[in-house]
Structure formats: structure tokens, C-alpha cells
Design a protein around this ligand. Structure first.
Ligand code: NAD
Length: 367
């Protein structure tokens, strides 16, 4: 059988810096675990614009459709701020998500004990926290028509439309239930069924889908209460399934319970391909961090943990994903940290490369 294929799109700013550490880890898995990947690399974002005048070349898009998973670094930067909207670096990212039809965005909020002090919440509320938000990514108010700013009488009106079909709600719900089955079998669906018809339909469809997953305990919550509960008692949740708009807000809120942007991975999954694997793109939540680009200060953990998600969700290597996450956790617990995770004055941060080396040493020690 041929090796699984990975397309690496490192992008701009710190993207290539953090991705270089992921590539070392991919090499480690080949050398030490016999887990080999066919890796190809290409351009996205500002780097693609510089080379081709577009933030994602058609050939790159075609490659992304063919591989088993895409790993993306970050896009954007001040050099591209004044470009026309149609060729801005972010358009490359949006094109990938749209054309690969990545409808389920997985954002874990996991608090490593060593970082519990970084949370704005009390340590006991976040220590051991491990929740997963599944955000519907390709429909809802960010895409619904009509949209625009229109003249109405003697003033303007801004319109966006919250629109969900049953099948759009259902396919994301199935991803969320499947995830809950692999975890603690609890799913909380969040909407605003008290004031929105789309919320009533959402609740109906999720309830219907739940009949196929009798082992999963389903609950429903209004999204505003969900926001309160996330900061009051986040450990009550296992998997949360919510729409594009609420998911945008709730996943940022949940993620920040856990500390630094440099620690947050994500996965965006679509329909299963012929080989049974879902279309998939894995990327850190952070951007291209122009303020620290080229200084060796970036924390590669978010990008490395995104690769751990790829091991788990694209390649069925749950144990190897556990191994990699445990290696990151051990390094943090040992006090090896990049500048974004410095606690006390006088602590000495390690560089991006040193952090990568420490994680590889922890992987070696796990054998
Ligand atoms: P950002 O995430 O790039 O940076 C925010 C802050 O967090 C900065 O101070 C940065 O130094 C720090 N930070 C981010 N990642 C870090 C890491 N791995 N290690 C240590 N510190 C880290 O967000 P921004 O400054 O608002 O945006 C910068 C550029 O990135 C913009 O062009 C924006 O459009 C783009 N962006 C891209 C993505 C993406 O590619 N998915 C996401 C967000 C922003």
C-alpha cells in the first residue's frame, strides 16, 4: 500500500518557522515508528501571491483535493494589507475551505496542567479541561443570501441572512456525534431556538440524528447560556456542536480558557473520500504573527498539535496522537517554554527550533 499523502502549505510569517518543526516530527515518525508520509509542499497566501499573483494557484488547489490531508501554517502580513480583497492572502485559505467543502471545524480546548496558570479562570475550573467544539463552517449567516448594504428610504440597511438546510445541519451533526463516540459520549448542541427558526430546525435535526447514536447523551442549550456556562463551569462539556456564527465566538472563548494562542490547534473536515478518509485540513488557530516573524520566537506547539489531530482524525493513529500530545505536555511541565509562555521575570525562553528539539527528545523518551 502506498504511504498516506500530506500537502504542506506553510504560508507566510511564522508559518514556515513553525511548520519546519512539524516536518522534523513527520521525519521522526518515519524513522522511529515506521509511519511514512508522502509529503509535498506548495505556496499559499502572500507567498503564493508573490509567485503567481494569486493567493492560491489552481494547481495547488487541485493538489489539495487529491491528498489525504493538508497541513497549513498561517497566511497574511502587513505587506499584503493593501491588496485588493479578491487577492488577499486570506482568500487562499477561504478557497481551500470552500472547494474542499470542509464543513466541520474542530477546535479543541484542552488545558495542559502545566499551563493552568495562564488561564484567566481559576486553576481548578480549567485544570484537566478537555472539550471539543464542532463548528459548522460552510453555511449559516456568513454565507446566506440576501446579504449586503442597501438603501431603504432615506437610510441604509445592512442585511445578512441566517440560512440552514436540514442536510447542512445533519452532516455536521454526524461529525459531532462520531467524535462524541470516540470521547466521553456527551454532546451538547447550542443554538437560539427560543428566538430563531433556524435554531428550531437545528434542534429538530440534531435530535433526529441522535437516534443513530443511542450511546451518546444529547443535551440542548441556548448559545448565550452556553457562553456563560463555558466560563462558569467549562468541564461540564465534552463535545459541543453549534452553527457557524455561534461557533466562531464560542470556540474563541473556549480556546482562550486554556492560555496562549501558540498552543491552539484546529482541524477542518469534510465528507469521506473514496478511501474512507475525510477531506481534511489541519492548521494552528494563530495567524502569521508579523511582530515576531524571523526572530525564532514562535511557539510551534499549535502547529505540532494540529499534526497530532491529523494523526488521529485522518490516519487513525490515535495512540501516536496521544504520544505526540503527551510529549508536548511533558516539555511544558519540564519548564521548557517559548517566549509566549514565560511566567516569571528572568525565565529564559527557548527558540522555536529548541522547542521542536525538546518535543522530539520527549518523543524519543516515550519509546
Ligand atoms: P496573530 O495570531 O498572527 O498574532 C496575535 C498575537 O499572538 C501576536 O502578538 C503574535 O506574536 C502572537 N502569536 C501568534 N501565534 C504565536 C505563536 N505560535 N507563538 C508565539 N506567539 C504567537 O494575529 P494578528 O496579529 O491579528 O494577525 C497577523 C496576520 O495574520 C494578519 O495578516 C492576519 O490577517 C493573519 N491571520 C491569519 C490567520 C490564519 O492564517 N489562519 C489567522 C489569524 C490572523
Amino acid at each position: 500500500m502506498s504511504n498516506p499523502s500530506l500537502l504542506i502549505l506553510a504560508g507566510d510569517g511564522i508559518g514556515p518557522e513553525v511548520m519546519a518543526q512539524v516536518q522534523r516530527i513527520i521525519t521522526w515518525y518515519g524513522d522511529k515508528r515506521g509511519l511514512n508520509f508522502d509529503v509535498s509542499e506548495d505556496l499559499v497566501g502572500g507567498a503564493a501571491y508573490d509567485a503567481h499573483g494569486v493567493p492560491l494557484h489552481d494547481d495547488t488547489m487541485a493538489k489539495a483535493q487529491e491528498v489525504d490531508a493538508v497541513l497549513l501554517g498561517a497566511v497574511g502580513g502587513p505587506a499584503y494589507d493593501d491588496l485588493d480583497f479578491s487577492v488577499k492572502p486570506e482568500r487562499g485559505l477561504l478557497r481551500l475551505r470552500k472547494e474542499m467543502d470542509l464543513y466541520a471545524n474542530l477546535r479543541p480546548a484542552q488545558c495542559f496542567d502545566a499551563l493552568a496558570d495562564f488561564s484567566s479562570l481559576k486553576t481548578e475550573l480549567v485544570s484537566g479541561l478537555d472539550i471539543m467544539i464542532v463548528r459548522e463552517l460552510t453555511a449559516g449567516v456568513y454565507f446566506g443570501e440576501p446579504r449586503g448594504i442597501f438603501e431603504e428610504g432615506n437610510e441604509r440597511v445592512g442585511i445578512n441572512t441566517q440560512r440552514y438546510t436540514e442536510s447542512e445541519i445533519e452532516r455536521g451533526a454526524r461529525s459531532a456525534f462520531e467524535l462524541a463516540m470516540r470521547r466521553n459520549k456527551k454532546l451538547c448542541s447550542m443554538e437560539k431556538a427560543n428566538v430563531m427558526e433556524s435554531g428550531i430546525l437545528w434542534r429538530d435535526v440534531v435530535t433526529e440524528v441522535s437516534k443513530d447514536y443511542p450511546e451518546v447523551e444529547l443535551s440542548h442549550m441556548y448559545a448565550d447560556n452556553g457562553a456563560m456556562q463555558l466560563v462558569r463551569a467549562p468541564k461540564q462539556f465534552d463535545v459541543i456542536y453549534t452553527d457557524n456564527l455561534f461557533g466562531d465566538i464560542l470556540s474563541d472563548c473556549a480556546a482562550m480558557l486554556t492560555g496562549s494562542l501558540g498552543m491552539l490547534p484546529s482541524a477542518s473536515l469534510g465528507a469521506p473520500m473514496e478511501n474512507g478518509r475525510p477531506k481534511a485540513m489541519y492548521e494552528p488557530v494563530h495567524g502569521s504573527a508579523p511582530d515576531i516573524t524571523g526572530q525564532g520566537k514562535a511557539n510551534p506547539s499549535a502547529c505540532i498539535l494540529s499534526f497530532a489531530m491529523a494523526l488521529r482524525y485522518s490516519f487513525d493513529q490515535g495512540e501516536e496522537a496521544d504520544r505526540l500530545e503527551a510529549a508536548v505536555e511533558k516539555v511544558l511541565a519540564d519548564g521548557t517554554r517559548t517566549a509566549d509562555l514565560m511566567q516569571a521575570e528572568g525565565d529564559t525562553p527557548v527558540s522555536t527550533e529548541e522547542m521542536g528539539s525538546a518535543i522530539i527528545a520527549a518523543l524519543d523518551a516515550s519509546l
